[in-house]
Design a binder for this molecule. Sequence first.
Ligand code: KIV
Ligand code: ZN
Length: 414
Amino acid sequence: MRVCASGGATGRREAYAKRGRPMTNHRVYIFDTTLRDGEQSPGCSMTVEEKLRMARKLVELGVDILEAGFPIASDGDFEAVAAISREVSSVTVAALARACALDIERAVRALDKARKPRLHTFIATSDIHLKFKLKKTREQVLEEAVKAVELARRYVDDVEFSAEDATRTDPDYLEVVSRAVVAAGARTVNLPDTVGYSTPDEYGALIGRMVKALGPEVVVSVHCHNDLGLATANSLAAVQAGARQIECTVNGIGERAGNCALEEVVMAMKVRRDRLPYETGIVTEQLYPASQLLSELITFGPQPNKAIVGRNAFAHEAGIHQDGVLKERTTYEIMDPRSVGVPESRLVLGKHSGRHALRDRCEHLGYSLTREELDEVYRRFTALADRRKKGVSDEEILQLLQEVVPRRAIAADD
Ligand code: KIV
Ligand code: ZN
């Protein structure tokens, strides 16, 4: 790894330009931490090989920074960061380290082969963490933060500092620490809502203050946990206040209630460009494939009603909705499912469905019905649907059709 010679943060603009990514004021960088903050949560452990598979998908997805692990945490994490660093060349690879020499030097070794390494160092800054967890004074933490960044900058140009529990930190002290780490060479300052406690207005105000204090050469980053279900809203409020990096995970996996979901912030900025005029480098058609791969690698998938990638995100059961979607998809869909990589919307036939959707399904199954036949199939269908919690399957509809119109099946190619 190159030992950096120059201090100062101005090189970042040139670096982004060299990568063909002009640092416009509206470009928001996506820092994916699926393989670090996501992976460290229950049920989400991955082997080195699994992490590599996911890393390849994240590169296809177009993330800007890929946090590959926490090398001091285990040999497996070290090896995963090293393997991803060896293989991935187009994306910045980040490794996490506490603000101490042991962690930083191990992270530096893991990043040794990375073409674009980022050292991400952190220390908690809130009084509650200082008193009960670190048992350190504010002065000690300030000194350790600065020393950590200075040490990291001896090895790597691209250093990010995170003030853990920033949202419960005295804002005046947070500003002192943030200014000091920037003076020490940090280019990105991340202000996490570690415990998911903040609200959009409060977080936006904090971020706005820090963006102003740190100036345009520093990327202010946000990292929101979802304990109150506000991670996406908080991240977007922060972007509106000037943050230009969002730390997030596929499917929103992460500690406790998870991290901000990558697919949600990205699609909010794409679909509501009128209100959120920001750009990311994400290839949105890869969102669903990335979600599916992650579900295959860990022990659970997203909840069925999860925004963007859940099984029901583009499914319709209510008759009025099905009728609307059959006439014009945009009556009940704000996104084209194909824009996120979902092949098509799904009309689920259940007890809330109407004749329009049933007729449409019968036609797909090769049956063209008269009005009377449809009435009879519909009568039997509603009786069956009333007893079903999970909707009525195509096999069951075929069974009904064979009962009502045994000789009316038409071959699909008729
Ligand atoms: O939630 C948090 O504060 C973190 C930091 C280590 C960035 O994950
Ligand atoms: Zn976190």
